[in-house]
Design a protein around this ligand. Structure first.
Ligand SMILES: [Zn+2]
Length: 474
């Protein structure tokens, strides 16, 4: 950890209340020049694209606690050092260590068919030889509860179609099933839980992601079916057929392991103790290469900060890139950062998290004090002609969510997620899915916003006390 130069909190808070007088014309024109320069550089850079390729092709899938996770930490330290960052270091984080093992599934009757499925992250394995039982369907978690005695000794199958939406909101409407289906099914006596994948693709590739077992409820094995396979079972059941499925999961949880958050900085020229965070997560699920989730976000954050570091004059405040550990199955990296850096959080003036893929970015969602709106509007006005000037209330993310309790203004890109959930958490999340031109809209937006936040005369108004409750964002 870097030793922050601490300034009295009262002085900082006083500054924040005076902060938002309109910038002087000169400052405004300087800002415009810097932002336009950054956007132009971002449009033609290969930096983010090459960073993503480095992480995906040389490290590959890197689930927390795996040997590849350790290689990813070493890669991140080397990548930040090679790109000229200061204070590059890894901060140890204890993470869960779950392994998938071998898995298989089939419809036994009425028509034998080999199914494509994957265990949900954190699932227990099945007994050797697998679980075989009749399938009963529900279409929601409440529907699982309503099965009551009909689920006893059966495999509960939750069939809900995730809708494709450009803002990705179909995910929020479906993902609670992934998290809770196993325990809800166990409560009504099921021996296993299957879900239609939380994903929008019709490829025969299942989408994994974490589940959460409830305390005091038997842990039953749980897996996601590829969407075409889930739809087949749904049709057979709709026809009134009795469907028997067998599935075997080799999943197991090992003792906790060691990973790390990796940090690197572009020191500020006037107020180096004040920090703007640019972040993504270093870990990934195990099935693909973790390219869109989240090598892309990390690539964007690193390149945006690097481009700012290339300007003739650095911004006033320090830019800190954080590659978070263990976003996917625990958020241990996020919690560890907030704890280790607690004394510094009053001097974190903003945190930006990029974890929505590599699609086109049109601006940012933000969470801060109300008066931030005026400042952000002046930044948006400069960025609008470049297509990255949208600003809307409501920003943040799973990793920076832990900073909310300290009132740190939070940002996340407004991103076209219409294709993101075709590959998210599946074997299809590979480097070829990255479009460099679309990716660079994210670099442009993030570089411009980070610069504006790091060089403003005073920081944005922080999140009001009443809104600082840490929400569980996933
Ligand atoms: Zn992610």
């Amino acid at each position: 950890m870097k030793n922050a130069r601490l300034v009295p909190a009262a002085a900082l808070l006083g500054a924040a209340t005076l902060a938002l007088s309109a910038a002087s014309p000169e400052a405004s024109s300087d800002l415009r020049v810097a932002l336009e320069r950054l956007v132009r550089a971002a449009r033609v850079t290969n930096g983010a694209y090459d960073t993503i390729r480095g992480l995906t092709d040389t490290v590959g899938p890197r689930l927390s606690g795996s040997p590849a996770d350790a290689r990813a930490v070493a890669w991140a330290e080397a990548a930040l050092t090679a790109r000229g960052f200061s204070n590059v270091h890894a901060e140890t984080v204890t993470v869960p260590h779950w392994e998938r093992g071998e898995e298989s599934a089939e419809i036994v009757s009425p028509v034998p068919f080999r199914l494509s499925l994957c265990a949900l992250g954190g699932s227990v394995g099945t007994p050797a030889g697998g679980v075989e039982a009749e399938v009963v369907e529900a279409q929601s978690l409440e529907g699982v509860d309503a099965l009551g005695g009909k689920a006893k000794g059966k495999i509960v199958f939750v069939w809900k179609v995730m809708e494709r939406r450009s803002d990705g909101s179909g995910y929020g409407a479906t993902v609670p099933i992934r998290g809770a289906a196993a325990s809800r099914a166990a409560k009504v006596g099921a021996v296993g839980a299957l879900i239609r994948s939380v994903g929008t693709s019709n490829a025969r590739l299942p989408h994994t992601g974490s589940l959460r077992y409830e305390e005091g409820v038997p842990k039953i094995p749980a897996a996601a079916l590829a969407n075409p396979d889930a739809d087949l079972i749904h049709r057979l059941l709709a026809d009134g057929k009795t469907v028997r499925v067998r599935f075997a999961l080799g999943a197991r949880t090992l003792p906790d392991a060691v990973s790390a958050n990796v940090l690197g900085e572009i020191p500020g020229r006037e107020k180096p103790e004040e920090i703007v965070v640019l972040s993504g997560h270093l870990d990934s699920w195990d099935l693909g290469q973790g390219a869109v989730d989240d090598a892309a976000g990390l690539g964007i954050a690193i390149e945006a900060a690097r481009l700012i570091g290339q300007l003739p004059i650095r911004p006033r405040r320090t830019l800190r890139v954080i590659a978070f550990a263990n976003e996917e199955n625990g958020l241990a990296g996020s919690r560890a950062y907030a704890k280790v850096h607690a004394a510094e959080l009053p001097f974190h003036v903003a945190a930006i998290e990029c974890d929505d893929g590599a699609g086109r970015v049109s601006g940012f969602g933000w969470t801060a004090g109300l008066s931030a709106e005026r400042t952000l509007a002046s930044v948006a006005e400069i960025l609008k002609p470049f297509g990255v000037g949208d600003m809307k209330k409501g920003g943040g993310g799973a990793d920076v969510g832990a900073l909310r309790a300290a009132g740190v203004p939070l940002f996340s890109p407004i991103q076209d997620s219409s294709r993101y959930f075709d590959v998210h958490h599946s074997a299809d999340d590979t480097f070829d899915k990255i479009d460099r031109e679309e990716l660079n809209t994210g670099v442009a937006a993030m570089a411009a916003l980070a610069y504006a936040l790091a060089d403003s005369e005073a920081p944005l108004e922080r999140i009001p006390e009443a809104d600082r409750i840490v929400r569980r964002e996933r």
